[in-house]
Structures are given as structure tokens and as C-alpha cells.
Design a binder for this molecule. Structure first.
Ligand code: SAM
Length: 358
């Protein structure tokens, strides 16, 4: 027997969930615009990959000879902003810009302004920091709230090796510029790959003793052509914690060990900022996931680690009205999978991280 669940049913069920969540007495028309998935998760956070192109080639992110998509296959600035308007109406109130490398997009400032104009003021960006020195101030003025900068090691030679050519001093200059311009609280993202930078977790953790920068260790995830590398070179949270504690003293859990967003936070004695662990593979946080992702080629990706996506760009280019796109997005969000399938051997092979955005 096949059960067909149509969009009217979804909308109706969503309202039940909303009513239930709001305890029946705080329901307003505005709250009805929220987007819930079939598990009752309130999806209000969108990550947008502005481009798949990047000015680095990190070993865990893409192959050295990565071929980027032609520009005409990617969303234009107008298309991005039209979708942002629709997402805002559906209850998205938080956006992270990512890539590829978002700072290589020629219209980055205009995009930030357009997101603000859509009524969304929680705007952040994940960047490799190479262009932050020149962009931090105009980005802040356009309405960007804060940045996460990816830095996997503080050793310039190893940095060059992990990123296949990146210049650490330029990134550090960018980080200080972002701090000066108020793109704060600033977070440092580090991916640890065996044989590349596992010894550097100590220096990275030490940063929290002298700077108010949260340092977050992101567990390596398998994607596409680099899936094999990511699985072979992964360094566990436990090992990273042991290395840090052996050198810098105990890590005290914060928030009683509960999740803060996607990270579990700890603090070194006397530190100015926390150390976070995002262990998507070994310690997933699917139950509290509130996000979906828009790829640079206009697909709505429902789970970072699953290849389920819905094409929004083709209907948009074929003249779909806002109401139609809204309904497509609602239906896609409705079928957001519960969680990733890595324990069952389901590995996302269609894309690498630079095409999804992290
Ligand atoms: N270019 C920007 C940057 O370097 O931050 C934004 C895009 S990058 C894909 C976003 C984040 O994903 C970065 O922090 C990067 O380290 C992380 N990342 C890339 N590939 C990964 C992988 N296989 N597993 C875990 N994190 C990964």
C-alpha cells in the first residue's frame, strides 16, 4: 500500500505541531510561517554556499585538481536574494554564508545587505580568512554579525601543506582585522587530519588562554572523492582532548556537557574563551538540528551528510512564482531526514564539502 502525503496535509500537520509546541495559547499568524519538519524540528537556520570556488585546496575538503562548476550553473546574486526573501517568509531567521570561499564572490557585500533588507539580522560567515583584512570593515557595515575562520594549524609550513598553498600570516592579519571591526564573537574552526596537524591542537587550544576566540575542533567527515582520506585520517575527539589536557591541564565541561548549537564546550583554567568539539560522526546532534543548506547551484540540501536535495534553481529559472517556491521549500523541509546514515555505511558521495558549504 502506498500512502501519499500531500502538501495540504503537511501544512495542516505543521500547524498541529506549532499548536502543540506553543501549548495552544500563543499561536499567531506570524508563527504559522515557521517551517517544521516531519519530526517537529523547527527549521530556522539556513546556510548558503555562495560559490563552490575556493582560493585554497584543503586536503580534507577537495582533491588537488578539483574542477569547479561553471558560473552559469550557480545562483546569481538576484537569485540568491529572491530565495532569501522566500526563506525569510518561511521563518528562517539566521543565515550563515559559506562556500567554497564566500569572500571570492564579487557581490558578497551586496548579498549581506540584501539579507539584512529581507529582515534577517543574524548573519554570520565561515571563511578561510585570506581576504578578511580588506573585507572586514565593509562586511561589518553591510550588516554581517560575526565570522568563523578556519585555521587548522599555527605552523606556517604545515598550514601550507594542509591548505595546499595557503599563507597563515595573511589569515592571521584577517582575523585581527575582523576582531577590530567587531565581527565578534569570533570563532576558529579547526579540522584535524592524522599526519598533517594532530600535534597542533595544543597551540590552537592555547589561543583560548590569550584571546576571546572560541576554538572549535570539527571532526573530519567523509564526502565524495575525499571520503576515503577523511575516514583514514580522522582523529577522535578523545585523542584531541587527551593531547590538550596532557599539555595545558584539565578541560572543564561547560553547560553541564549539553550541546551549544552543534558544539560541546569545555574550558581550560583561566581561559578567555571555550574550546568546542563538533563531533558529527561519533556524537551526532541530529535531534536538535535546525538547519538546511542551499548549495551554490541552488539545491536545498536537507542533511549535510546525505545526498537528499531538492532543486530550487531550475523552477526559479523556469518562472515559478514565490508561492510555488515557498510550497516546494516547505515540502522539502518536511522530508528532512532524521539523521545521517554513516553508522549504516551511507556516505554522501555526490559532492565534496566545498560544494555544500559545511
Ligand atoms: N572556505 C571557507 C572555510 O575555509 O572556512 C568556508 C567553506 S569550508 C567548506 C567550511 C568548513 O568546512 C571549514 O571550517 C572547513 O574546515 C570544514 N570542512 C571542509 N571539509 C571538511 C570535512 N571533510 N570534514 C569536516 N569539516 C570539513
Amino acid at each position: 500500500m502506498t500512502i501519499v502525503i500531500d502538501s495540504d496535509f503537511c501544512a495542516c500537520y505543521n500547524q498541529f505541531v506549532i499548536l502543540d509546541k506553543l501549548n495552544g495559547n500563543r499561536f499567531t499568524g506570524e508563527e504559522a510561517s515557521m517551517s517544521f519538519d516531519a519530526y517537529g524540528r523547527d527549521i530556522h537556520y539556513l546556510r548558503i554556499s555562495l560559490t563552490d570556488k575556493c582560493n585554497m585546496r584543503c586536503v580534507y575538503c577537495m582533491t588537488e585538481d578539483m574542477v569547479f562548476q561553471p558560473n552559469e550553473d550557480l545562483m546569481s546574486t538576484a537569485e540568491i536574494l529572491r530565495l532569501v526573501d522566500i526563506f525569510a517568509r518561511l521563518g528562517i531567521d539566521k543565515i550563515r554564508l559559506t562556500g567554497g570561499e564566500p569572500t571570492v564572490h564579487p557581490d558578497l557585500i551586496e548579498i549581506v545587505r540584501g539579507i539584512r533588507a529581507a529582515g534577517i539580522d543574524r548573519i554570520s560567515m565561515t571563511t578561510n580568512g585570506l581576504r578578511l583584512a580588506e573585507l572586514a570593515r565593509p562586511l561589518k557595515e553591510a550588516g554581517l554579525e560575526r565570522v568563523n575562520v578556519s585555521v587548522d594549524t599555527l605552523d606556517p609550513d604545515r598550514f601550507r601543506r594542509v591548505t595546499r598553498g595557503g599563507k597563515l600570516d595573511k589569515v592571521m592579519t584577517g582575523i585581527y582585522a575582523a576582531e577590530t571591526c567587531g565581527l565578534t564573537p569570533l570563532k576558529i574552526n579547526a579540522v584535524v587530519a592524522r599526519g598533517f596537524n594532530e600535534q597542533d591542537v595544543i597551540d590552537l587550544a592555547r589561543l583560548t588562554l590569550t584571546h576571546p576566540w572560541q576554538v572549535r575542533f570539527i571532526e573530519m567527515m567523509p564526502f565524495g572523492d575525499v571520503a576515503g582520506f577523511a575516514q583514514d585520517a580522522v582523529v577522535s575527539q578523545e585523542e584531541i582532548m587527551q593531547r590538550i589536557a596532557a599539555e595545558l591541564g584539565p578541560l572543564t565541561p561547560l553547560e553541564d556537557g549539553r550541546l551549544d548549537g552543534e558544539a560541546r564546550l569545555y574550558r581550560l583554567h583561566g581561559a578567555l574563551a571555550a574550546i568546542g568539539f563538533i563531533s558529527t560522526v561519533t556524537n551526532p546532534f541530529c535531534a536538535s538540528c535546525s538547519r538546511v543548506r542551499l548549495t551554490a547551484d541552488g539545491r536545498l540540501r536537507l542533511c549535510l551528510l546525505r545526498d537528499d536535495e531538492g532543486d530550487l534553481l531550475t523552477p526559479l529559472r523556469n518562472g515559478a512564482r514565490d508561492a510555488e517556491l515557498e510550497s516546494m521549500i516547505r515540502n522539502l523541509i518536511w522530508r528532512k531526514p532524521w539523521g545521517h546514515g554513516l553508522p549504516d555505511g551511507v556516505i554522501p558521495l555526490e559532492r565534496v564539502m566545498s560544494q555544500i558549504g559545511g
